[in-house]
Design a protein around this ligand. Structure first.
Ligand code: NAD
Ligand code: TYD
Length: 350
């Protein structure tokens, strides 16, 4: 029996993790803590909201008093921490909210965990979900290993790197049993359309320009979000205490190639003549300090825990496109209001 606190469970990846754990572990109580920022959406987890082993709590990971009370009231036994500010472009225009949520928020959770679990630390796990962006930017060669030195380049990745360091400091200083994973770019249903793929899907659908930064030569490694949730399950249950696991899709793409693939898929889906959507591609001013390439070597998790991606990329992309086209209301809700202001500020000043 565990009372498992999952933070950020109304967001993109968190919602898939919450769903997997609620459905798979009926003997756990899953407490989903989320502040419901612009990126958090209870519609993402509507299908499990009435499950007996599930509870949603709205709250801020930076509120120390509230977090301590929550740990005590719900007798939290373990944590999987995903809540964060997660978008690089926003971190460039508003770095302080990244420091606050990603650094201060993580330390607040660590502090509450160490305090509440100190009598029996060996019964509890604090699992921190992080990103491959902490390792910095690669040239054309090489891969990120778990031993690659941290070299974050954006305010987002610097805040995540900092939070990873704090997690390790709590393991070393307070003997907290921690695990960390650093994953590559996720894609799939429920991703907020500020990130590359859902933004492009939404724009193709609405015949709007497709803003490709720079020359579109930057490279990312893409993983279907449900496969990341499976990796989190494996690491939480089978990963070694104190260890880091890199998670990736063995699937590198140049941005321009992935956008062209999406255009082809969507031409077919929308019944447009071949090549029609690609005419929307528009090269725009590059992101400041744009990391050139991320590439994960995920052999540790594959060899030690037997995890590997289950879905081929084209199949995952088709599923993703289908999901967005079949959920116009979801897109409509998340792209009204604040999103319009964000879009104007980000793309019209570039
Ligand atoms: P997201 O932005 O979709 O969701 C973040 C969630 O955190 C939202 O539901 C939001 O409401 C919540 N949140 C934000 N501030 C909060 C606060 N102060 N208190 C409580 N809740 C708060 O992010 P995501 O893409 O699902 O990423 C989840 C985690 O995975 C992050 O830690 C991110 O760094 C990491 N990650 C993401 C990717 C990716 O490709 N998206 C890849 C690797 C790692
Ligand atoms: P993004 O989804 O923001 O993820 P990250 O920056 O964390 O990797 O962006 C993925 C890549 O796509 C990145 O190289 C930036 C690029 N990009 C564009 O070219 N245009 C866009 O409108 C966005 C949002 C991203």
């Amino acid at each position: 029996m565990k009372n498992l606190l999952i933070t950020g469970g109304a967001g993109f990846i968190g919602s898939h993790v919450v769903r997997l754990f609620v459905n798979k572990y009926s003997n756990y109580k899953i407490i989903n803590l989320d502040l419901l920022t612009y990126a958090g959406n209870l519609e993402n987890i509507k299908d499990i909201e009435n499950a007996d082993n599930y509870k949603f709590v709205k709250g801020d990971i930076c509120d120390a008093e509230f977090i301590l009370e929550l740990f005590q009231k719900e007798n939290i036994t373990d944590v999987i921490h995903l809540a964060a500010e997660s978008h690089v472009d926003r971190s460039i225009s508003d770095p302080f909210s990244f420091v606050k949520t990603n650094v201060f928020g993580t330390v607040t959770l660590l502090n509450a965990a160490a305090k509440c679990w100190k009598k029996n630390l060996s019964n509890h796990i604090f699992y921190h979900v992080s990103t491959d962006e902490v390792y910095g930017s690669l040239g054309e060669e090489g891969f990120f290993l778990e031993s690659t030195p941290y070299d974050p380049q954006s305010p987002y990745s610097a805040s995540k790197a900092s939070s990873d360091h704090f997690v390790r400091a709590w393991a070393n200083t307070y003997n907290l049993q921690v695990k960390i994973s650093n994953c590559s770019n996720n894609y799939g249903p429920n991703q907020f359309p500020e990130k590359l793929l859902p933004l492009m899907i939404n724009n193709i659908k609405n015949n709007k320009p497709l803003p490709v930064y720079g020359q579109g030569e930057n490279i990312r490694d893409w993983l279907f979000v449900v496969d990341h949730a499976r990796a989190i399950d494996d690491i939480f249950h089978m990963g070694n205490i104190g260890e880091t696991y890199n998670v990736g899709g063995f699937n590198e793409w140049k941005n321009i190639d992935i956008v062209k693939l999406l255009c082809t898929l969507m031409d077919k889906k929308l019944g447009r003549p071949e090549g029609e959507s690609a005419k929307l591609i528009t090269y725009v001013t590059d992101r400041a300090g744009h990391d050139h390439r991320y590439a994960i070597d995920a052999s540790k998790i594959k060899n030690e825990l037997g995890w590997e991606p289950s879905l081929q990329f084209e199949e995952g992309m088709k599923k993703t496109v289908d999901w967005y086209l079949e959920h116009p209301n979801w897109l409509e809700h998340v792209t009204s209001g604040q999103y319009k202001d964000y879009y104007k500020k980000t793309y019209l000043v570039k």
